[in-house]
Design a protein around this ligand. Sequence first.
Ligand SMILES: [Zn+2]
Length: 275
Amino acid sequence: MPELPEVETYVRELTPLLAGRRVGAAQVFWPRTIAAPDVATFQTQIIGQEFATFGRRGKYMLLGLASGATLIVHLRMTGHLQVEPASVTPDKHTHVMLDLDSGERLLFRDARKFGRIWLVDDSAPVLARLGPEPLSDDFSPGGLGALLAGRQAAIKALLLDQTIVAGVGNIYADEALFRAGIHPLRSGGGLTEVEVVRLYAAVCAVLADGIAAAGSSLGVSSIQNYQRPSGAPGSFQEQHRVFQRTGQPCLVCGAPIARIVVAQRSSHFCPHCQK
Ligand SMILES: [Zn+2]
């Protein structure tokens, strides 16, 4: 599932492909992909729009249009955005297709169909519930401590909560907790001030490292897995210290990496290094 580093990679790599491009016809093959407005309005309003700015908030991609409107894309489990020549035939996973004035097309492909697209004048309501953006000044050790204070839930579950910190998902939560030396089942409110500072630093570091490696691509490259807009994989999976390394030796102490389920998600950790 694409998390902050994967979405950031999309934004960076789509920028040169889409900047200044104008949209012609839009086809929507799976109406539920369009969260807002209704499909007919979307198809009318997107025509003639020009891609102007490229940003991200948490796991949401923000494609700003010259009109002032924003095309917001959330890839959810298996969404992909690709720019392809118009001669490429859309496959059964292509749910939205925008013609571009370059003679290419922007395809939204999504095997699991959980991904969503919004065309809005004001993006604030869609993004309203998101917590601080981790690689910005809005995220701080003190702020993280305040959000965790009094929370009984497991810190792993709280890191997945987009109102605590925007953009962190299962991979980067596991990797951050390992780097911080914190057991995933510790209660969020029970962390010491020193641990909160370590966790803050680990979240920032793991996300920055993930972006530098163009994200994590797991398993064989396919429509089910994260790929960059070019179809190339990211490489951060080569730096995972715990995620999906169940039974393999901890890179620090040699103990086998364990797997438990927290908040219905697999959690990978070192029982020796993470207290
Ligand atoms: Zn260890």
